[in-house]
Design a protein around this ligand. Structure first.
Ligand SMILES: [Zn+2]
Length: 272
């Protein structure tokens, strides 16, 4: 993921230099605001490096606001994000549902969020960019809580953040969420933390995340798509290390899965 305070073009260069396969493009001010970036230049740079792109929006947009004009402004901003992502070549854009509406019950801001999603869907269809909902600690981190957003609008995809699923919960909710909505999974975020409430975005292996278990759960759900390493450290070695750990665990689990399948298959492969 690009750092919102740096130029996107420069961020793409170091990622390409590290051999990263895609950019998780977050459109956030100051430097990567939707009204500031050059979507055509981003697409051109990504094509030059053979990289793909997935869309990420700011986590603090007031899409559930009790102030209707503020919520509508948020829809306008997200429409502009959809336009940028469409030009840059992204097929999916993530959304962080809002929960900041003091003096209101949960039902109120759930409905405000749903209204926002509904107003965005026609533009999303027109531009060929799907909408996906990221799980967040506190209000949207269990299958039941996510269901309040995902059940009314079957068109929405799931964006699973396995680090977030470790926060403010008795047990990591990755398996629970995949069990309920794994078929709608469109993108994954991965980073480490120590549980509790601190969203530390540590390199893999630095916290208490049960990595192998979660990778197994992803593969069991049939997922084989993009995974962003949302590791926020100034030293890029930690990002490279996290990538290597993920690749190794993923391959080990995939191999043992296919061996187990071959053992349980009475007909050897290739025989009819
Ligand atoms: Zn995330």
């Amino acid at each position: 993921m690009n750092h919102p305070a740096r130029q996107v073009a420069e961020e793409i260069e170091w990622m390409a230099g590290m051999g990263m396969e895609f950019l998780d493009l977050t459109l956030e001010p100051p430097a990567a605001a939707s009204w500031r970036v050059d979507a055509h230049a981003i697409r051109e740079a990504l094509e030059r490096h053979g990289m793909e792109v997935v869309g990420h929006t700011a986590y603090y947009l007031p899409m559930g606001s009790a102030f209707e004009e503020v919520r509508r402004a948020c829809v306008a901003e997200l429409r502009r994000c959809l336009e940028v992502f469409s030009i840059a070549g992204a097929r999916w854009m993530n959304l962080h549902a809002d929960r900041h509406a003091p003096m209101h019950e949960r039902r109120f801001y759930i409905e405000q969020n749903l209204r926002t999603f509904q107003e965005l869907l026609p533009d999303a269809r027109r531009l060929g960019v799907g909408l996906m909902i990221e799980n967040l600690p506190g209000s949207y981190n269990t299958a039941r809580q996510l269901g309040e957003l995902l059940d009314p609008l079957p068109e929405l995809g799931l964006h699973l953040d396995i680090g977030h699923a470790n926060l403010e919960v008795a047990h990591n909710t990755t398996e629970e969420i995949l069990g309920a909505y794994g078929a709608r999974l469109r993108h994954v975020h991965l980073h480490d933390n120590r549980g509790g409430s601190s969203d530390l975005h540590l390199p893999l292996g630095c916290g208490n995340l049960e990595l192998r278990r979660h990778i197994r759960a992803l593969q069991r759900s049939g997922y084989d798509g993009t995974i962003t390493l949302e590791v926020f450290t100034p030293d890029k070695h930690f990002l490279a290390y996290s990538r290597d750990v993920l690749r190794q665990l993923w391959d080990e689990e995939a191999t043992s899965r296919s061996r187990a399948e071959a053992r349980s298959d009475p007909q050897p492969a290739g025989r009819t």
